[in-house]
Design a binder for this molecule. Structure first.
Ligand code: NAD
Length: 300
């Protein structure tokens, strides 16, 4: 049986929804949990439930958008439980009544602050302490929306940022023995009330978080793992396609390259993989130079 015995883990936004399920599952597997939520009353209630069931937990009412409060959140973990072994960057907000192109800047700013800056501030605070102790695990929370989902640009964009942070932090922290991964969940919560989530209870996603925090997942670094209740998958990393090489490119050369070759390889768009319309190519002017299709792998 996978155990989190002896591990101390901070879960942000754990007063309800998925974060609550993560905190309860971690405690059930022997981990000590800092249950963070800006809604402190909800965090306290989750702590009471964990303690009543014989687990170890303490509440933190920090807002992840405030760097000084994220410092206090991770310091609370060390003070109460002697260390910080894991951070689950779960706190997030979703704009339910979002009107694309028309929303107030403050509302847009709030989404970016919680979903992106909150993750950065919490991670910075935790990693400083993990580096001192020589190990740790950071688990971010992405979303299928980051793949491009109509009507979800701002939210999806924040999750794209989190996914990208995951890749780079994984590289940056590998040598410090700090593993960084992400989960891409789906569940019915306050955030996602729609029955299209197939009524997946948050508790169905929690085992993935337990696994990724555990020593069983010791080799897992830089991965985004998606669990939708029944389907478990690894999200593929974006990469640059094959390149056509020329020493120097004019706008006309580029147009010709798309007409001749690249136009046949346009990516499908977004999570639903909508086909890109064909390029409306202008007729090739007489005497236009040929593009030399020297293709090479490129990933920059
Ligand atoms: N529910 C889904 O299907 C789904 C899908 C993909 C990703 N996610 C992600 O999972 C995470 C949890 O989502 P959920 O569905 O449980 O949402 P939820 O609204 O039920 O819970 C989010 C929690 O975050 C807390 N929070 C908000 N701002 C905070 C702040 N500044 N500091 C601390 N806590 C704060 C809220 O008070 C709330 O308790 C989010 O990051 C979300 O984007 C959810």
């Amino acid at each position: 049986m996978i155990s989190l015995d002896g591990k101390a883990i901070v879960v942000t936004g754990a007063g309800r929804g998925l974060g609550r399920a993560y905190a309860e599952a971690i405690a059930h597997r022997g981990g000590a949990v800092v249950v963070n939520d800006v809604d402190g009353g909800e965090a306290e209630a989750v702590v009471r439930g964990i303690v009543d069931a014989g687990g170890r937990a303490v509440a933190s009412p920090a807002s992840v958008i405030k760097p000084d409060e994220t410092e206090q959140m991770v310091e609370l973990c060390v003070r109460e439980f002697g260390a910080i072994d894991g951070l689950v960057n779960n706190a997030g907000i979703y704009p339910h009544d979002f009107k694309e192109w028309e929303d107030r800047p403050e509302k847009i700013r709030a989404i970016v602050e919680v979903n992106v800056l909150g993750v950065i501030f919490s991670t910075n605070a935790a990693v400083r302490l993990m580096k001192r102790s020589g190990s740790g695990t950071v688990l971010n929370v992405s979303s299928g929306a980051h793949l491009g989902l109509a009507g979800n640009a701002i939210y999806g964009g924040t999750k794209g940022a989190v996914t990208s942070l995951t890749y780079t932090w994984a590289l940056d922290l590998m040598s410090a023995n700090i593993r960084v991964n992400a989960v891409s969940p789906i569940a019915v919560t306050r955030m996602k009330r729609s029955p299209t989530s197939e009524h997946v209870d948050p508790s169905r996603i929690a085992p993935l978080v337990v696994y990724l925090l555990s020593d069983e997942a010791g080799g897992m670094i830089g991965q985004v793992v998606r669990l939708t209740g029944k389907d478990l998958s690894i999200q593929q990393h974006p990469r640059v396609g094959r390149a056509i090489h020329r020493d120097k490119w004019s706008a006309e050369d580029i147009a010709e390259a798309f007409r001749a070759t690249l136009g046949n390889h346009l990516e499908r768009i977004g999570r639903e993989r909508v086909p890109s319309p064909p390029i409306a190519a202008a007729p090739v002017p007489a005497g236009a130079p040929d593009v030399h299709l020297s293709v090479k792998d490129s990933n920059r």
